[in-house]
Write a protein that binds this ligand. Structure first.
Ligand code: C5P
Length: 396
């Protein structure tokens, strides 16, 4: 990212002090940073320290710029290769989602024509609030890249999602944005994790998928420069920075989200989608009657996302599926490739003794039209890198 320009908007939250470290690390990697402070950010970090670290003028007042003598706000908003908001408060996210422009930061965000990345940070209840979640969905829909937040202890004493991503992850996401690899300009959809199929509001049917392989793939594709759309069920592994994240719960939600994202250049279905859902899931918690009557669950088949993508009108030029088998791996996976209509199937043996499900390593066979190619046992991150390189080759 040497030589790139970042307009760094610092909003007023306790995590603002971490923005200083972001500036330092970006500059170490040759990025020039133009800082903008909101009025409340100045309560947390001083313009002097921001200016000293960035070796640049700090902008904060809209009306300083309106005489256009030095640099107007339109010019400032377009002077960078990327606009980053670190931290992005609930208030600034709400302004962005609604197109408000009542101070310099929000005006720049409305006026800019460059990509925008935000690193939200706020109290867990503010993050979980439906208003913030609605604003988040709007911003993602507008093409804003969202880094974090992560789960952890917070300055306010509570615990949960809302804590700003680590500085290293934010810098990595910025680096990924500028990555100029063989997949630059290509959009790749990745499904990952398990799905949860509700029985009632407190119970669900799930599987043991950790989301590790799908997440590693998203990272590897991102590192080759792809614009990654990551549709994830409730996984153990947090989604990676530098990709667009779409959290879902059920197979039907995953399919709806995936269809919304088409067309893309390639789709990789690494999710362990539940094959069945419970018909007529109860809106109320199912009670134990006391007379020994046991509930009966009726199942319906879930939509097959991989087959729907592969056979649909907006089919990507490359569709990759996974086949987790416990016996006759190659035979079953080869049949699956034909049945679903995808281009490649990455097959693996998930018998408990292999330790693959939930583990760090994987032994896969890639099956395509030409036949089966067995790969050695290797860490899931290496499987992901090799597969991402193969995808880059195929997309040319
Ligand atoms: O049929 P099976 O579940 O073994 O197929 C595995 C492959 O199909 C994986 O790529 C998985 O992501 C995908 N799949 C899907 N939708 C389903 C079931 C599986 O996309 N309902």
């Amino acid at each position: 990212m040497d030589g790139k320009k970042v307009l760094l908007i610092i909003a007023g939250g306790i995590a603002a002090f971490k923005a200083l470290d972001v500036i330092r690390r970006l500059r170490e990697r040759g990025v020039s940073v133009t800082p903008v402070l909101t009025k409340s950010a100045k309560e947390f970090v001083t313009p002097l320290s921001v200016s000293a670290l960035s070796a640049a003028k700090v902008y904060s007042d809209l009306f300083d710029l309106t005489d256009e003598a030095e640099m107007g706000h339109i010019e400032l908003s377009r002077s960078a290769d990327l606009v980053c908001v670190v931290p992005a408060t609930a208030d600034l996210m709400a302004k962005m989602a609604h197109g408000l422009a009542d101070d310099l930061a929000s005006t720049l965000l409305l006026a800019t024509d460059t990509p925008v990345m935000i690193a939200p940070a706020m109290n867990v209840r503010m993050w979980d609030h439906p208003a913030t979640q609605r604003n988040l969905a709007t911003l993602v829909g507008d093409g804003v890249t969202v880094v974090g937040p992560v789960e952890g202890p917070m300055a306010c004493g509570e615990f949960g999602p809302g804590r700003m991503s680590d500085v290293a992850d934010i810098v990595e996401a910025i680096a990924a944005h500028f990555a100029d690899g063989p997949l630059a300009g290509k959009s790749v959809l990745v499904t990952s994790g398990p799905t949860h199929e509700p029985i009632d509001p407190v119970r669900y049917i799930a599987n043991r998928s950790s989301g590790a392989q799908g997440t590693a793939l998203a990272v590897a594709l991102r590192d080759l420069g792809a614009d990654v759309h990551f549709v994830t069920g409730p996984a153990d592994v947090p989604p990676p920075p530098g990709v667009k994240v779409y959290p879902v719960q059920t197979a039907q939600e995953m399919l709806d989200q995936v269809q919304d994202l088409l067309p893309v250049d390639a789709a990789v279905c690494a999710a362990a989608v539940a094959d069945w859902r419970v018909v007529g899931a109860s809106d109320e918690k199912i009670k134990k009657d006391g007379d020994g009557t046991l509930p009966t669950l009726n199942f319906a088949e879930n939509p097959d996302i991989l087959a729907t993508i592969s056979q649909g009108k907006k089919r990507p030029s490359l569709v990759v599926g996974f086949a987790a088998e416990t016996e006759k791996v190659i035979e079953h996976a080869t049949a699956k490739r034909a049945r679903k209509g995808c281009d490649w199937i990455v097959a693996n043996d998930v018998s408990p003794e292999t330790g693959i499900m939930g583990g760090d390593r994987n032994t896969v066979t890639v099956i395509d039209a030409k036949g089966a190619e067995a790969w050695d046992d290797m860490p899931k991150a290496d499987v992901a890198r090799r597969l991402a390189a193969r995808i880059a080759d195929a997309l040319g």
